[in-house]
Design a protein around this ligand. Structure first.
Ligand code: HEM
Ligand SMILES: *[C@@H]1O[C@H](CO)[C@@H](O)[C@H](O)[C@H]1NC(C)=O
Ligand SMILES: CC(=O)N[C@H]1CO[C@H](CO)[C@@H](O)[C@@H]1O
Length: 490
């Protein structure tokens, strides 16, 4: 038989099969564009402008619609009200994590970010509680961040005000904060062990944003059968995880149960208490999974936000000047900024919120999954269906934030210049899966940015109006275009 005929036959069968599947069991899924066999609706989604593509679909099909990414139906939730109704109103049902095959490869369902069920619940509860405990006391997380901010300032001084690309250092800084929380010590930026850890992390965040990996996530069979950079990804994580294992072993030898020092110590203590329980989540493998989650979740997100913040500050020098006035007035030059200062610095607070709103770092959140059959707005979403939530649609809502395409700290200020909260501010998502590091992230963004601006004038290499702030959208996290700037000591 002719190859073409075979292909046509296969395609026809698949088409019939997919129609049959949709018209029977999946009959009550929300409406959406008609999918093609195998690729589904992928050809109808402009990957360069997913937000606009989703907005367009929502105009035709309403705020809840179904897209087929490959063969899998995915329900998209568009608009703040819809997202709130699902992630908060039906919090439990929408709290599952959708499958991300490339992460399953390394985490195997362990840890917190890509796990489900009791593993997720207990891991999340433990992590939040431990972060809270570590947030208090003499060596609190705030102190650790302040200390790291001073090291950053020293490093930036070494550039002598010459043009500098801060991409690498701005990943080192949040990574060191995680190290400090997990195993109590930070690294010198030039430390060989640290540099190679950073290289692996950076290489992997590049891989995560490659087109090939997006394809693998939609067609997971490729991961098992094709060569490709997902293999480097796996090896790099294995390297990081074997380093973490040596750290855990060191901790076991020096553990003092009456005086836990860091995240690993708290976990080991819990592991000892639970060792009779065969269902315990306190296992070596899960600890490594949790630590990997924190490195991955806590490094790239902060780096991208800080870099983007610097770029926007260069583009809007009057905004920078106003923050520096506020720093002069509230903090002065003699001491480091601390979290207490934030309450008296409404303008700075508004700018940081506006940066996060404007850059919209995770436009479609991490995928969720419904944990059981859910009736939602007259539709029936079957258990296990992937749910995408368009965080962009809330952050760029034009009633809540007039002229959403404009960077304007006024979006978070009232008429008297006080900070104005908004429910639509959900860059960390919302509900039961809300970013586990939100508190930590907000501390870092405030302390790092104010410490930088307390110590340096930022100088752009091109006139502010010529600065390109078009984001590079790829994978889960958005990043700014490459740029250099000068840090001129004040
Ligand atoms: C600007 C900084 C950050 C942003 C914008 C951000 C954003 C997000 C988003 C959108 C999610 C997915 C929420 C959902 O599924 O509904 C998430 C999850 C998560 N983030 Fe962050 N994040 C940031 C920083 C951090 C930091 C510093 C950590 C370090 C501990 C962290 C750890 C995590 C973890 C472990 C999860 C998974 C939570 C779960 O699945 O239950 N993130 N983050
Ligand atoms: C959205 O719709 C507008 C007008 O119908 C069209 O011009 C635009 O190309 C669409 N954008 C995307 C990304 O699909
Ligand atoms: C251990 C390992 O496989 N490391 C790789 C991490 O990623 C970089 C960049 O892709 C590779 O060059 C390394 O070999």
């Amino acid at each position: 038989m002719d190859l073409v005929i075979v292909l046509v036959l296969i395609l026809t069968c698949l088409l019939l099969f997919s129609h049959w599947k949709r018209s029977s069991k999946r009959g009550q899924l929300p409406p959406g564009p008609t999918p093609l066999p195998i690729i589904g609706n992928i050809h109808q989604i402009d990957v360069k402008n997913v937000h606009q593509a989703f907005t367009n679909f929502s105009k035709v099909y309403g705020p809840v619609f179904t897209l087929y990414l490959g063969m899998k139906p995915t329900v998209v939730l568009h608009g703040y009200e819809t997202i709130k109704e699902a992630l908060i109103g039906h919090g439990e049902e929408f709290s599952g994590r959708g499958r991300v095959p490339i992460f399953d490869m390394v985490l195997k369902g362990l840890g917190v970010a890509f796990s489900n069920g009791d593993m997720w619940k207990e891991s999340r509860h433990f992590s939040l509680l431990t972060l809270r405990k570590l947030g208090m006391g003499q060596r609190s997380i705030e102190n650790r961040i302040q200390e790291e901010a001073q090291f950053l300032v020293e490093e930036l001084k070494k550039t002598n005000g010459s043009p500098y690309d801060p991409t690498f250092i701005l990943a080192c800084v949040p990574c060191n904060v995680i190290c400090s929380i997990i195993f109590q010590s930070r690294f010198e930026y030039k430390d060989q062990v640290f540099v190679s850890l950073m290289e692996k992390l950076n290489a992997n965040s590049k891989i995560l944003s490659s087109l090939w990996v997006q394809v693998c996530n939609i067609f997971p069979v490729l991961i098992d059968y094709c060569p490709g950079n997902h293999n480097t990804w796996y090896k790099n994580f294995t390297y990081i995880q074997s380093y973490l294992l040596t750290k855990i072993k060191e901790h076991e030898e020096s553990l003092d149960v009456t005086n836990p020092r860091d995240f690993i110590d708290y976990f080991l203590i819990k592991e000892m208490q639970e060792n009779r329980n065969p269902q315990s989540i306190y296992t070596r493998e899960n600890l490594i999974g949790l630590l990997t989650d924190m490195f991955v979740g806590g490094t790239d997100t902060i780096r991208s936000t800080l870099r983007f913040a610097l770029l926007l500050l260069l583009k809007h020098p009057h905004v920078t000047a106003k923050i520096q006035e506020e720093i002069d007035c509230v903090v002065g030059r003699q001491r480091s900024p601390c979290l207490q200062d934030r309450k008296q610095m409404p303008y700075t607070d508004a700018v940081i919120h506006e940066v996060q709103r404007f850059i919209d770092i995770a436009p479609n959140n991490l995928p969720h999954e419904v944990t059981c059959d859910v009736k939602f707005r007259n539709y029936l979403i079957p258990k296990g269906t992937t749910i995408l939530t368009s965080l962009s649609s809330a952050l760029y809502n034009s009633n809540e934030f007039p002229n959403p395409e404009t960077f304007d700290p006024g979006h978070f200020l009232d008429a008297n210049g006080n900070f104005k909260k908004s429910d639509y501010f959900i860059p960390f998502s919302t509900g039961k899966r809300v970013c586990l590091g939100e508190g930590l992230a907000r501390m870092e963004l405030f302390l790092f940015l104010t410490t930088i601006l307390q110590n340096f004038k930022l100088k752009s290499l091109v006139p502010p109006n010529d600065i390109n702030d078009a984001p590079l959208v790829n994978g889960f996290v958005v990043s700014p275009p490459p740029f250099q700037l000068c840090f001129i000591p004040i």
